[in-house]
Ligand binder design. Structure first.
Ligand SMILES: *Cc1c(COP(=O)(O)O)cnc(C)c1O
Length: 428
């Protein structure tokens, strides 16, 4: 038995241990530009890998269905207090296992089965949980959707007003996964009130910018605010709900016992650590650098002849039209060519895309992860050139060889997770 409690994963399970080491190396040696990803601190990682994974804590602090929850209460209360402070919210529920579960709990709070919702079209930047036919949101509720205008590729708020009057939704859903522009939560709140709807603002992508005042906050305009904790917010993988006091009891009831059982206390511990980090002054400096880097990357790509959807970005992400009406390559081909040089991006539809979602005309790029590594505007300029070179000549082995070398040189200057990268002969 002593080995059971003392042997690490390297000793206990070489297959999984090697995959973990390989993943540390992959993350370290590549350029991570997936807009929804980030690198957590060693402190967040450590908090996640703790004995709190052993603990059942169904219920809420001081009202649990299990004994022995006194330290789970410390952790959850800290996470709640810090989340409320960070966003200026009346109430926080830190238990959702993911962004999707946070949204599910809010939809169950605000709606009855079959009620009308109005959400942003997925192919214009929305999210599956905002009414996609294959998602619970599209299965359980009546869905109408809004998008961006063809000319500006930005949300058309006048059109949204008309759609709201036409469909009379009970819940208007805003927030996006692939929208590079500022979202006008104030205007959306006015539109909702004019038709008697409530609003859920899903700030999964921009939470870090909102927390630091670099994107307008939805808190005073929207009844419900949901987010993931692992994107710009730079915490562990998970979800968070913020709402007004009047909805607090209902939201809690919908999270547990509505859609979840026991909370992941080890993840809530890591959320508390991450929220603590986000409350420090240097988190705002970090978020500002994310924005500066996105500007520099966008300019470099534009200068290299690629089309940026909506003409630019106000936030941490860029949607790049690599297809350009057939003159370029598909998003799918771009994703693959870039992966071959260890630049990680995802293909993404662009508004009014003529290619199918699995092929797509665009790629989505975000700067949060590389900014965490310490990269700045000059590095973004260099990366923009690398990306453009690969996209302009996706078949050229010579270009790929050169870019691979440039990626290796750049990443070597920004080491990560020193204690987690074990020295090891390759293979094994
Ligand atoms: C990422 C994201 C989610 C879902 O988060 P998961 O944790 O993957 O479930 C929900 N909404 C938006 C807008 C997102 O970008």
């Amino acid at each position: 038995m002593s080995n059971f409690f003392s042997a690490g994963v390297a000793e206990a399970d070489p297959l999984i241990s090697n995959a973990i080491d390989d993943e540390v190396r992959r993350q370290t040696n590549g350029l991570e530009l997936i807009a929804s990803e980030n690198f957590v601190s060693e402190a967040v990682l450590q908090a996640m890998g703790t004995v709190f994974t052993n603990k059942y804590a169904e219920g809420y602090p001081a009202k649990r269905y299990y004994g022995g929850c006194q330290f789970a209460d410390v952790v959850e209360n800290a996470a709640i207090d810090r989340a409320k402070q960070l966003f200026g919210a009346d109430h926080a529920n830190v238990q959702p296992h993911s962004g999707a579960q946070a949204n599910m709990a809010v939809l169950m709070t605000a709606l009855d089965h079959g009620d009308q919702i109005l959400g942003m079209n997925l192919s214009h930047g929305g999210h599956l949980t905002h009414g996609h036919p294959l998602n619970f949101s599209g299965i359980n509720y009546k869905v109408a959707d809004y998008g961006v205008s063809r000319e500006t590729e930005q949300i058309d708020y006048d059109e949204l007003q008309k759609l709201a009057e036409e469909h009379r939704p009970k819940l208007l859903i805003c927030g996006a996964s692939a929208y590079p522009r500022t979202i006008n939560f104030e205007r959306i709140g006015e539109i909702a009130r004019s038709v008697g709807a409530r609003v859920m603002a899903d700030i999964a992508h921009i939470a870090g910018l909102v927390a630091t005042g670099l994107h307008p906050s939805p808190i005073s305009h929207c009844e419900f605010v949901t987010t993931t904790t692992h994107k710009t917010l730079r915490g562990p993988r998970g979800g968070l709900i913020l709402c007004r006091e009047e909805f607090a009891a209902d939201v809690n009831r919908r999270v547990f016992p509505g859609v979840q059982g026991g909370p992941l206390v080890h993840v809530i511990a890591a959320k508390a650590v991450a929220f603590g980090e986000a409350l420090k002054d240097d988190f705002k400096t970090y978020q500002q650098q994310i924005l500066n880097n996105a500007q520099a990357l966008g300019t470099a790509l534009k200068d290299a002849g690629l089309r940026i959807v909506s003409g630019g970005t106000d936030n941490h992400l860029l949607l790049v039209d690599v297809f350009m009406d057939g003159q370029g390559i598909t998003g799918k081909a771009a994703e693959k060519a870039l992966e071959e040089v260890e630049i990680t991006v995802n293909k993404n539809t662009i508004p009014f895309d003529t290619n199918k979602p699995f092929v797509a005309s665009g790629i989505r790029l975000g700067t949060p992860a590389l900014t965490t590594r310490g990269m700045k505007e000059d590095d973004m300029k260099a990366i923009g050139k690398m990306i453009a070179n690969v996209i302009h000549e996706p078949e050229s082995e010579e270009v790929k060889r050169r870019v691979r070398r440039e990626v290796a040189e750049l990443t070597a200057r920004f080491p990560m997770y020193p204690g987690r990268l074990k020295e090891k002969a390759s293979g094994a």
